[in-house]
Design a protein around this ligand. Sequence first.
Ligand code: KIV
Ligand code: NA
Length: 264
Amino acid sequence: MSKITVSTLNKMKAENNKITALTAYDASFAKLFHDNGVEVILVGDSLGMVLQGGDDTLGVTNQDIAYHTRCVRAGSRELFVIADLPFMTYSSVSDTCKNAAELMRAGANMVKLEGGEWLYDSIKTLTQQGIPVCGHLGLTPQSVHVFGGFKIQGREDDKAQKMIDDAKALEAAGAQLLVLECIPSALAERITDAINIPTIGIGAGSLTDGQILVMHDLVGISAGYIPKFSKNFLLETGNMPQAVQKYCTDVKSGAFPSAEHEFK
Ligand code: KIV
Ligand code: NA
């Protein structure tokens, strides 16, 4: 497989070829995923929950993500690796640059941050200085305490409209990819139609340009609870390589996510 870049992802969107993404935190899983059809790896701050056992993602540090990004990069040179900027590492433009640079030097191809229009200046500065950015809207887990729990977002008309406006602002600032988490499928479709950059959904229906799952959910071993939108692909396949292949085939064909995994 040749190196996957933002050009590859744009081409995939244009050709309606769904982007397959999973989280990974170490070299062995990065290699397994790469060898079995995954195109994008996210070193997610979900590691605060699935690796560190926390109730939320707030305890994760930039050093944690940098460490796991180095581990993931060691497993594959070709994979497109996105690294999460953790809670409070992007509260000012200069902090954002310093922390994002650390993740890029650790081997990331892109950094991801959570939020809307308020990130405009940070995203603009990052891209101007050579750091590609992925946005993240909907159920942004770093805001779990503001939301009052891990709850679906964007159900009300005004909140939905705000999310569409935020998506446009992120694109205008220079973001090149957008994760949509836990929102009604119809809203994910509206956002995907409203912008030109690829969207990657998780609990956002099947009409985004790609899908992502937390790897522990894919194999049904998450320490906490398993969200409605995820699916245990190990159950029906019986081994890890085939579970990953089945996930990729089902994302490509549109079989996953099906109605039972989405929010109306
Ligand atoms: O941290 C993470 O794993 C994420 C995905 C759920 C999108 O941000
Ligand atoms: Na995350």
